[in-house]
Design a protein around this ligand. Structure first.
Ligand code: CA
Length: 237
C-alpha cells in the first residue's frame, strides 16, 4: 500500500485530502509545519508527497529543493499544491524539482489521477525505496537505518551508511570517487577526494570486525562491493 504524505497547514484542506486519500486506499501522514517535513520524510519514506506551496516556517519550494538534494529522498515524487495559478509560478515550482503541480481549488478525482500517474512512473523507472538489501552475510535495513553482519549489529556513521547503501544496492558495480561524491554527498557540497577514502576505511573497519572484507578497492578506478577476488584488487589496510 502506498503512503502519501500530506504537507498542508490549512486544516480543512488537510482533512479533506486525508479523508479522500484513505477512501481511495492510501495510507496518509499529515504534517502542518514546514520545519518538520524533512525529518518526517526521512523517517517514514512516503511513496509520494503532496506539498503545499505556502507553509509557515519553510516554504514548499524550499522543502522541494532540500528533498531533491538528498540522495536518499530525491526519487520520491512531489506534487505541489498551490493557490498560485500563474504560469510563471508553475515553472518555478517545477524547476525546484516538483514532479507535478495542482492548483487550488482542485478536484479530488483529478488529484487522485495525478497521484496514480506519478506513483506508476516511479515504480517503473526506478527502485524507489527498498526496505532491505543484503550481500552475503551483510544486511542493510533502509527503514530502521541499521546494518547487521550475521547477528551482529554494525554501528556506522551516516556517511558510511550511505556509501554502503549505494554499494550494496549495486553489487559488483565499480563506483568511481566522483560517482560516490555525487551519490553520497550530492552536488551541493565540496568534499575532498581523500575524504572518501577516510570514510571507506571506517566502513571497512566496522564491517570487517565480523567477517571477510567485501569492499574492493580497484586501483585508480574506485570502489565496489564484491565477493570475488579481483587481480587488480589492492586493499590498503
Ligand atoms: Ca498553506
Amino acid at each position: 500500500m502506498a503512503t502519501i504524505m500530506i504537507v498542508e497547514d490549512e486544516q480543512a484542506i488537510s482533512l479533506l485530502l486525508k479523508y479522500n486519500l484513505e477512501k481511495a486506499g492510501y495510507e496518509t501522514i499529515s504534517i502542518a509545519h514546514g520545519n518538520r517535513v524533512v525529518a518526517a520524510v526521512e523517517k517514514y519514506l512516503p511513496s509520494l508527497i503532496l506539498l503545499d506551496w505556502m507553509l509557515p516556517e519553510m516554504s514548499g519550494l524550499e522543502l522541494c529543493k532540500i528533498i531533491r538534494n538528498n540522495p536518499d529522498l530525491k526519487n520520491i515524487p512531489i506534487i505541489m499544491l498551490t493557490a498560485k495559478s500563474q504560469e510563471e509560478d508553475k515553472v518555478v515550482g517545477l524547476s525546484a524539482g516538483a514532479d507535478d503541480y495542482v492548483t487550488k481549488p482542485f478536484s479530488i478525482p483529478e488529484l487522485l489521477a495525478r497521484i496514480k500517474t506519478n506513483l506508476r512512473r516511479v515504480s517503473t523507472t526506478s527502485q524507489l525505496v527498498k526496505k532491505e538489501y543484503t550481500f552475503q552475510d551483510i544486511r542493510l535495513d533502509t527503514i530502521e537505518k541499521k546494518v547487521f553482519r550475521g547477528d551482529n549489529y554494525i554501528r556506522l556513521g551516516p556517511t558510511e551508511f550511505r556509501i554502503l547503501k549505494l554499494l550494496i544496492a549495486n553489487p559488483r558495480h565499480v563506483f568511481s570517487r566522483e560517482d560516490l561524491l555525487k551519490e553520497v554527498w550530492g552536488n551541493s557540497v565540496y568534499v575532498e577526494m581523500r575524504t572518501i577514502d577516510v570514510h571507506i576505511r571506517r566502513l571497512r573497519k566496522a564491517l570487517n570486525e565480523f567477517g571477510p572484507d567485501y569492499i574492493r578497492t580497484i586501483r585508480a578506478t574506485g570502489y565496489s562491493i564484491d565477493d570475488h577476488e579481483a587481480d587488480d584488487n589492492c586493499n590498503p589496510e
